[in-house]
Design a protein around this ligand. Sequence first.
Ligand SMILES: NC(=O)c1ccc[n+]([C@@H]2O[C@H](COP(=O)([O-])OP(=O)(O)OC[C@H]3O[C@@H](n4cnc5c(N)ncnc54)[C@H](OP(=O)(O)O)[C@@H]3O)[C@@H](O)[C@H]2O)c1
Length: 273
Amino acid sequence: MNLQSTTTLNNGVEMPWVGLGVFDADAGGVAEQAVRWALDLGYRHIDTAAGYYNEADVGRGIKDSGIDRDKIFVTTKVRNSDQGYESTLKAFDASRSELGTDVVDLYLIHWPIKGSHLDTWKALEHLYAKGKVRAIGVSNYLSHHLEELFDNFDIVPAVNQVEFHPFLIQEELIAFDKEHSILHEAWSPLTRARRLDDPSITEIARKYHRTNAQVILRWDLQLGIATIPKSQDRGRIEENSRLFDFELDAEDVEKLKSLDADFRVGPHPDEMF
Ligand SMILES: NC(=O)c1ccc[n+]([C@@H]2O[C@H](COP(=O)([O-])OP(=O)(O)OC[C@H]3O[C@@H](n4cnc5c(N)ncnc54)[C@H](OP(=O)(O)O)[C@@H]3O)[C@@H](O)[C@H]2O)c1
């Protein structure tokens, strides 16, 4: 496995296991520079959202990299305030134009907004049928939100992107996604650096002569979970990409699992709206 290794989504599309997240990377240069560094270092997957207000930076970073667009996997997401059928179609066109791309690789519903997420999904299915997106998925969906989609539609989301790190595991949701061939993808894999210095993680990191961030990201991959760490620092973007020359043993995989504490850095999907 290497930084460009892919997983096959439930519709046959290949998605790199590791991507660069750009939440909170400022537009107007910072996000663009981060994307350029990441692509230069070998990343081929960028995760943005209309709500991050940096899609244009991502688009410029990709263009300036000189790498063929079809070698890079780009995810963006429908903002909550744009949910609904017509508004999603309009929002998609805006995202596509900001990104400067004809086709988006993965388009996600950012949060399961009560009352409108079913119409939003209908719009995503339309975009998929028209070939404007290569895969469609969801984010922050719990099993009951997914059941609602299954009850109303035929297409099963390719991805469910949720908060995931050693302090928030949600085993049942992982099992549910797996059972339905939905790829589980980790957002805030590094806890936004809030619990990165946990002594148990440091102890494991010392054993493998790696950093705490590398241990967590490697753990994601060994669990079969795609991961999109954010950094806007060249050194840390590189650090987060060096995950392929060591392997955690089974005991350490379990030790990391034992840190589960129902600790969130973001909102609970049922409590946000
Ligand atoms: N779907 C959703 O609702 C949702 C929600 C949140 C996030 N996301 C996606 O997931 C991505 C990742 O999540 P996130 O940005 O919330 O948090 P994260 O990746 O867990 O952590 C990012 C923070 O950790 C720092 N960091 C990165 N690498 C580090 C390292 N090796 N050592 C020490 N500190 C490090 C970063 O600072 P520097 O930049 O200074 O390195 C930044 O402050 C986002 O960027 C976004 O694409 C999706």
